[in-house]
Design a binder for this molecule. Structure first.
Ligand SMILES: [Mg+2]
Length: 246
């Protein structure tokens, strides 16, 4: 069976909503925390905690209004419908926050797609219209603090050995899961990473392009001409190494 795993920020949405939100409400401090995280000085969890602290005190309505202005790649809506029609399970994996993912998916009628992410709790500051942001990390990996939400663990736990894992992403938190995926769709930073690491991938700019490619791969598969959708040897080895504790 084919299973599709999709990054949220910058892949489904046009911009990185998490980064934008924390910079909008946490200012320069958030920008610095993101830099420190990128350069490996602080972990993803530390970064989210610091950004949340810096953004606390935001007016709830301003925050929601900001999120309601975020745009998505509208061809994702058609892509989601296509997967549904074809009976292809698809999931969103995000190292961002459920609060905005849920809100944005709902706005576009996409809230039936299962998603996995970090949790962001918003509590009202007593007697004001300000919120306190409190992130928690139920899907963290115990041994790796590179990401706050371990996409790899979720992806592998949702897949059987003979499933063909398709991964669609663009950025930093997609680097780890693509090593374990059979078919990779990459753009931007992730594309460069895949080139450097010799991970074969399909370049895409929008979900319209992913859909066309997927349709063609599925046709090839059923006509047995070319098995474009097949297990990737390097990914299988990576999964084996992981299971052996390597
Ligand atoms: Mg992303």
């Amino acid at each position: 069976m084919i299973k599709i795993f999709i990054d949220f920020d910058g892949t489904i949405t046009k911009k990185d909503v998490g980064d934008s939100m924390f910079i909008e409400f946490g200012g320069e401090a958030s920008r610095n925390f993101i830099q420190q995280y990128r350069s490996g000085e602080i972990s993803a969890i530390e970064c989210f905690k610091l950004e949340s602290e810096a953004s606390s005190g935001a007016i709830k309505k301003d925050l929601d209004d900001f999120l309601d202005k975020q745009e998505i790649d509208v061809s994702f809506i058609e892509f989601h419908k296509y997967c549904g029609d074809e009976g292809i399970p698809h999931f969103i994996l995000s190292d961002g926050m459920d609060y905005y993912i849920e809100r944005i998916l709902k706005r576009f009628g996409l809230n039936n797609i299962p998603f996995f992410s970090n949790h962001l709790d918003l509590t009202m500051h007593d007697g004001t219209d300000e919120v306190i942001l409190n992130p928690t990390f139920p899907l963290r990996d115990e041994e790796c603090d590179r990401c706050a939400c371990c996409k790899r663990n979720i992806m592998l736990s949702k897949s059987a050995d003979d499933d063909i894992i398709v991964y669609i992403g663009e950025g930093f938190s997609d680097r780890c899961p693509v090593r374990y995926a059979d078919v990779v769709f990459a753009k931007d930073e992730l594309l460069i990473y895949c080139q450097q690491e010799n991970i074969s991938f399909f370049e895409y700019r929008s979900f319209a392009e992913v859909k066309i490619r997927l349709e063609s791969l599925l046709t090839q598969k059923s006509s047995k001409k070319n098995f474009g959708l097949r297990k990737r040897r390097q990914a299988q080895l990576a999964v084996r190494d992981l299971l052996l504790g390597g």
